[in-house]
Design a protein around this ligand. Sequence first.
Ligand code: NAP
Length: 363
Amino acid sequence: MQAAILEAFGTPLTVGTIPDPVIGTGEVIVDVEATRVLSYTNEVLSGARNYLLDLPVMPGVGAIGRVRATGPDATRLSVGDWVYCDPTIRSRDDVLAPDITLLGWSARGEGGLRLQRYYRDGSFAERMRLPTENVIPIGPIDAADAPAWCAMGTLLVPYGGWLAAGLQPGETVLVSGATGQFGSAAVVVALGMGAGCVVAPGRNQAVLAELQRRFGPRVRTVRLQGDEDGDRARMQAAAPGPIDCVLDLLPPSADTIPVRAAAMTVRQNGRVVLMGGVGMLGGPGLDLPYPWLMRNNIRLIGQWMYPREASVCMAALIRSGLIRLSEYEVTTFGLDAVEAAVTHAAAHGGPFRMTVLQPRPRG
Ligand SMILES: NC(=O)c1ccc[n+]([C@@H]2O[C@H](COP(=O)([O-])OP(=O)(O)OC[C@H]3O[C@@H](n4cnc5c(N)ncnc54)[C@H](OP(=O)(O)O)[C@@H]3O)[C@@H](O)[C@H]2O)c1
């Protein structure tokens, strides 16, 4: 099969022919029809993000595809089924604290790297091998819609955060980083889950206006000005009442001050979920006052990715129309143009835009 291979950090991807993946028990082979190229793929491939990735590797995180072969223990999946390939691989030999690797992307710690030595290759390839539990049917779709369905991978990240927070219909939530790629997805998902109001802070006035235009009065935008106390007051004032839950999705380039400004808008007994990349490249810790956490019964939650069942529910949210894939403008590339796709993704990040690779030859 054809695949894009990263031989060393900072070198271009090489497209070439490599042996097909070989299926084992408990595994599925998927024909990759479409896969997202995240805006910071260049930073992962250059090594700038310091993601743990054992090389050489076929990168690429998550995909929409069709089942090509199932192992002997698969009882429901059929060849040809349209599926979402969840890159979140969890080791099966520790149910309480599994090692985790993101297929073709990164790993957490030495245990995650060990897992990655077996489950290593991602989606920038015609086919990929995954554990059966990571292959989630999405129901029949038109092949032309496969690139749009890649938005699942983006939407699922904040969905994992809202699930961790136990978001309830009618609640008022705040998304820190609402003008970003994952943050804007957090706005979409919160609205789809029935949030009464989403407070959307940011610095980019054009994107704030776009959020307002798309989603109307259930979204309240706030222009951040960089002073912690003032920004916190502005965010609280924008909400129609107490803020029940805050989800942070700021990137590693942001420091902890805007995180804290947003986190401390939450009401007594509220929940704060941290999902961003803040601190992944070092810097000071998040200095949340102990008495504020304690006296206000704040629940502080860290969340990496999302639970297995989230993919099933997200497919249902999309099929029901509660979440619309049409929010996203998609630009597609073939595998031969993978380097151009990575460059395009870096230049066209942010909300409601997706760069998608289609690794198989188009008929
Ligand atoms: N936990 C997980 O499972 C998971 C999964 C995937 C990704 N992530 C993390 O999510 C992060 C966000 O990715 P993304 O692609 O959405 O990033 P992005 O599109 O670059 O968005 C960045 C956002 O951060 C805001 N921002 C940046 N610096 C800021 C500052 N100093 N003060 C206030 N706001 C600031 C930007 O606001 P303005 O543009 O308005 O200035 C924008 O809203 C990634 O870096 C990754 O680490 C986490």
